[in-house]
Design a protein around this ligand. Structure first.
Ligand SMILES: NC(=O)c1ccc[n+]([C@@H]2O[C@H](COP(=O)([O-])OP(=O)(O)OC[C@H]3O[C@@H](n4cnc5c(N)ncnc54)[C@H](O)[C@@H]3O)[C@@H](O)[C@H]2O)c1
Length: 285
C-alpha cells in the first residue's frame, strides 16, 4: 500500500536497495531535518550509517535518539574543519571495517539570513562564514575523502540544494550564491572523482520543506504554499527527498553524475499554474 496516500497502490516497498552499503550522513538536527528522514530510509533499506553533525547540534542532543533507533554511532564534526572531517572518515572506516559507499551533505546556514540583513546590506564576514558552512564544506568533505581514498569505487555523494541558485527568490539572500557554488562543486568534483574511482557527485534541488533551516527564511510559509500551488505534483516532502537519496545511493543510478536533480513536483519548469493565476486575479479584483 502506498505510504503517501491511502488510495494508490504504488509499490514503495522495495526492500534492501542499500543492503551491504555504508554511508555517512551529515545534518540530522531534529526529526524535521531532511537528513533525519534520509538516515531512517537508508537504514530501512539495509544500509549501515555513521551520523555526524556540528558540535553545536550535538549539544542539542536530539540526534542521539536517531542514533539509537538506527543503531548508528555519532561522530561530531564541524564541516568547515579539515581535521574534524579527517577524523570523521578515519572513525567511520574503522567502524565499518572498510571504505564508505555514500555520503550525504545536508548542511546550510547563512548568518546574514539569521540576522535579518537585507541582501543590499550584506555583512561580508557573515557572508564568508555562511559560504564556508554551506558550500565550501562540500568541497572540504570531497577533497578529504579523495585524499584519504575513503569512498569505495562506484560510491555516491549527494549535496542538498534549492532552486534559488537558478532563479531569484526574495529573502533567500546570500544562500542563493552559496547554493550556486555548491552545485558547481558537484560538477567539478564529479569529474575528478569519477576519473579516480567512479564516484558520482550530484546535488538534489528540493522543494521548500518545513525544517529549522527552512523556516529561518523570512516569509517561508508563503514560499511553501506558493510552491505547492505551482507544482503539478505538489511540494516534495522530506520523506520524498529521502526516497530520492536512497535511489541515488543505490546501484540503480551508477552513471548519474555531475547533475543538479530537481525533486520539486515540477515547480522548476512551471511558468504559472491555473490555481496561482486565479488567486492572483482574486487579489486584483
Ligand atoms: N528546508 C528547505 O526548504 C530546503 C529546501 C531545499 C534545500 N534544503 C537544504 O537541505 C539541507 C538540510 O537542511 P534542512 O532543511 O534539513 O534543515 P536543518 O536545519 O534540519 O539542517 C541543517 C543542518 O546543518 C547543520 N550544520 C550547520 N552548520 C554546520 C557545520 N558547521 N558543520 C556541520 N553541520 C552544520 C545543522 O546542525 C543542521 O543539522 C540544507 O543544505 C538546506 O539548504 C532545504
Amino acid at each position: 500500500m502506498c505510504d503517501i496516500c491511502s488510495n494508490h497502490h504504488i509499490n514503495l516497498d522495495m526492500n534492501n536497495l542499500l543492503k551491504g552499503k555504508k554511508g555517512i550522513i551529515f545534518g540530522a538536527l531534529n526529526s524535521e531535518s531532511i537528513a533525519w528522514k534520509v538516515a531512517e530510509q537508508c537504514h530501512q533499506q539495509g544500509a549501515q550509517i555513521v551520523l555526524t553533525n556540528a558540535p553545536m547540534a550535538m549539544r542539542l542532543g536530539e540526534i542521539n535518539g536517531l542514533a539509537e533507533a538506527i543503531n548508528a554511532p555519532v561522530v561530531p564534526a564541524d564541516a568547515t574543519s579539515i581535521e574534524e572531517i579527517e577524523n570523521l572518515f578515519t572513525k567511520s572506516i574503522e567502524h565499518f571495517g572498510g571504505q564508505v559507499d555514500f555520503v550525504l551533505h545536508s548542511i546550510g546556514m547563512s548568518v546574514n539570513v539569521r540576522k535579518n540583513r537585507p541582501y543590499t546590506d550584506l555583512n561580508y564576514d557573515f557572508l564568508t562564514k555562511g559560504w564556508d558552512v554551506s558550500a565550501v564544506s562540500f568541497h572540504k568533505v570531497l577533497q578529504t575523502a579523495y585524499k584519504m581514498d575513503a569512498i569505495a569505487d562506484w560510491g555516491s555523494v549527494l549535496g542538498l540544494t534549492y532552486m534559488a541558485a537558478q532563479r531569484t527568490f526574495p529573502d533567500y539572500s546570500d544562500m542563493a550564491e552559496n547554493k550556486a557554488y555548491l552545485e558547481s562543486i558537484a560538477r567539478s568534483f564529479g569529474y575528478h572523482y569519477g576519473l579516480k574511482s567512479k564516484v558520482r557527485v550530484n546535488t538534489i534541488s528540493q522543494s521548500p520543506t518545513m525544517t529549522t533551516a527552512g523556516s529561518g527564511v523570512k516569509g517561508f510559509d508563503g514560499f511553501m504554499s506558493f510552491a505547492e500551488k505551482m507544482s503539478p505534483l505538489g511540494n516534495a516532502t522530506a520523506k520524498d527527498c529521502a526516497d530520492y537519496c536512497v535511489a541515488m545511493f543505490s546501484d540503480l543510478t551508477r552513471r548519474v553524475t555531475m547533475q543538479n536533480l530537481y525533486n520539486d513536483g515540477g515547480f522548476s519548469l512551471m511558468g504559472v499554474s491555473q490555481e496561482v493565476l486565479e488567486k492572483y486575479m482574486e487579489s486584483v479584483d
